[in-house]
Design a protein around this ligand. Sequence first.
Ligand SMILES: Cc1ncc(COP(=O)(O)O)c(C=O)c1O
Length: 374
Amino acid sequence: MREATKIIRSTLTPTKPGEPLHSGPVFAAPYHAPGDASQTPYTYARSHNPTWTHLEKAIGQMESGADYRAHALVFASGMAATTAVFGALLRPGDTVVLPANAYYAARVLAQEYFAKMGITLRLAPTANNAQAEHLEGAKLLWIETPSNPTMEVCDIAALCDAAHKAGALVAVDNTTPTPLGQLPLALGADLSVASDTKAMTGHSDILLGHVAVRDLELRQKIDQWRTLTGGILGPMEAWLALRSIATLPLRLERSCQNAQRIAEFVSTRAEVESVLYPGLPMHPGHAIAAKQMRYFGPVLSFILRNKAAAETFLAKSKLLTEATSFGGVSTSAERRARWGGDDIAEGFIRLSAGCEDIEDLLEDIAQALDAIKQ
Ligand SMILES: Cc1ncc(COP(=O)(O)O)c(C=O)c1O
């Protein structure tokens, strides 16, 4: 089966006459587990749940490559998945190499908690594989490509090679492209981590994260972290996610085409000082992105003259919902500097292309840019 067929089939319940194609979420705390509990597949819902199992099989299949099978574990959010990787793998005295421009909450988590517990952090930019210079003696290399929100790109295969030679494990935050757009485990990473709140589920209505690995020992460590810390995903969210991922191939194809067209269009406009999108040939990471990505992703950033220009642009737009996050079916945008925490210009706009008709989006963006001039 081809990818889209496999994904859709993986979200269905095996059919039985008279039963629904999608069985509902399983709500449970304890399960009936008589006698020897190791003989019962489900015992207590902090450790496992049949609706998670279904979702994990579907995500594991997406993360698998031609010559390996991936195991996925689902979490209550992308940050819960990130924390699980740091918490399960890092001990006092260990060193982790992080992107200086990583998603800001991952950076704050590392700085405010893990560094204060005796873990050394080394920060280096994503662009130009700059993290490769900092691997000596490291336990973990954390990569995010394209990085949010600055859209820098690094070479996953080359960095995995360098990290493994230095004895470090590699985790890739693959939130922006999803496994359909980029397959970190196939490029050599040990862990593929994502916020599935974004394009993976795509309807702006649930938080979800996952970690995927090839190695069973690694799977066991992450699983143990999830069971012991207990901040788990609810079965309703897992079920909604199963509904949503069936349409990922359709949604991603359309939203990435829209992102490309918007990036090309805003590049032609005088009000826009620069455009950051790896699908543009002028992007410094374009060649690497073209090598390792199947889709360049739904997110692009561009810089307007100043804060006032960005605020006018967002206020005048009728189709860009001003909201944070990204990867939804409806197009959204925000002036990213309003949050602080990232080294970006005041006029920096992060835009997440949705699945609307591109002509409507381009007309709306054009009139909102026109308004800046006045
Ligand atoms: C790249 C990236 N990683 C991780 C996260 C955290 O995900 P969540 O909000 O689901 O916890 C985000 C959220 O914006 C993100 O953009």
